[in-house]
Design a protein around this ligand. Structure first.
Ligand SMILES: Nc1ncnc2c1ncn2[C@@H]1O[C@H](COP(=O)(O)OP(=O)(O)OP(=O)(O)O)[C@@H](O)[C@H]1O
Ligand SMILES: [Mg+2]
Length: 336
């Protein structure tokens, strides 16, 4: 939160990319940021979670990003969180019609909106979650990729015109890599990694679940906490899963079952035409984790598949591949 704050308090100068392994809390953090600064004067914060949006065409993009002011009030009642339900920009009905008929340039519409807010001393903050979902969409002339155009537009709005802040979150490592290898984008962007919790935070949390989770029925011994850490590390989502299971069954049983599931996941993943390559790759990660990308040459396609299938993660800033989470490390270890 402090790092994000720091970014927002500066003059807009770069796009901020928030990345990190699956379920590390990127979306949760964005929602939290939204809640905190929504009420503050001086910012106009817009949150768009593309995971919740159906995107198959350019028209879907227009629907997601823009909505007319008239339809707004009709939906507002009873809706607590507008930001995940509506487009980013509120327009008058005329502009909306022009946009839909493709007689108005969406980038100009956005820029006009930013300039209007600037005159009122308001700084727009655009947050887009799951940005990679725009991949595969094209501009109406079918020549240009929408995602690339939008990214160039955001570079112009941040680094060149300083008109708005842009935060983009994505767990798609290949999308982040694409951005990172594009020198122009790399130089005009900041990268922030949201990783799993550190051990001290897990110990702090699990040492007092009565306070942190309002659990009265049981508490955890030091050995149990250590066993949980050894099994899933700082993966909040999995720790939460274990805490819920503990109402039903003992920890040993939960841990054994989790590890077995991960072994099955690895066995499934390995069993393809290229089984030997897959097995060799995982054997390397069984021996070393993470691995510097310079030591993994010639494996681009397979590594890409492993990342897509949530077996490995890729960190473009560190330049390394690693196993997606501690529980999966167990899966690999016990598979072999
Ligand atoms: N630091 C945290 N504090 C509280 N809950 C967390 C935290 N990190 C993750 N969670 C919980 O873990 C789950 C996954 O979090 P979230 O969806 O925010 O992760 P993500 O990084 O956006 O995942 P994805 O890679 O799938 O987009 C949620 O149920 C969330 O409540
Ligand atoms: Mg997310």
């Amino acid at each position: 939160m402090a790092e994000l704050r720091n970014y927002l308090e500066g003059r807009p100068n770069a796009i901020l990319f928030l990345y990190g392994p699956k379920s590390s809390g990127k979306t949760t953090l964005m929602y939290r940021l939204f809640d905190r600064i929504e009420e503050e004067k001086g910012y106009e914060i817009n949150f768009l979670n593309l995971r919740e949006v159906f995107l198959a065409s350019y028209d879907d993009f227009i629907d997601a990003f823009f909505k007319s002011a008239d339809t707004d009030s009709a939906f507002k009642t009873g809706t607590r969180r507008q930001y995940s339900l509506f487009g980013l920009f509120k327009l008058d009905a005329f502009t909306e019609r022009m946009l839909k008929k493709k007689q108005e340039d969406p980038f100009l519409v956005m820029k006009r909106e930013f300039q209007r807010l600037q005159k009122k001393n308001i700084l727009p903050v655009i947050i887009i979650d799951e940005f990679h979902k725009l991949d595969g969409l094209y501009m109406p002339d079918k020549q240009k990729r929408l995602m690339v155009e939008l990214m160039n537009f955001f570079v112009a709005m941040t680094k060149e015109s300083h008109l708005c802040h842009v935060i983009i979150a994505s767990s798609d490592a290949f999308f982040i890599e694409q951005v990172y290898v594009d020198t122009k984008l790399r130089k005009t962007s900041k990268f922030m990694k949201l990783d799993y919790l550190k051990k001290e935070d897990v110990l702090f949390w699990l040492g007092d679940i009565k306070r942190h989770n309002k659990v009265q029925e049981y508490s955890l011994t030091e050995e149990q906490i250590e066993a949980i850490w050894q099994t899933v590390g700082g993966s909040v989502w999995e720790i939460h899963f274990i805490l819920e299971e503990l109402f039903q069954r003992p920890l040993d049983e939960i841990i054994t079952k989790m590890k077995r599931e991960k072994v099955a996941m690895i066995a499934d993943w390995v069993d393809y035409d290229d089984i030997e390559e897959r097995r060799n790759l995982l054997a390397e990660f069984n021996a070393h984790n993470p691995i510097d990308r310079r030591q993994l040459t010639g494996l681009r396609n397979l590594l890409g598949q492993a990342v897509k299938d949530n077996i490995l993660y890729y960190d473009p800033v560190e330049g390394e591949y690693g196993v997606q989470g501690k529980s999966l490390e167990w899966g690999i270890k016990e598979y072999f």
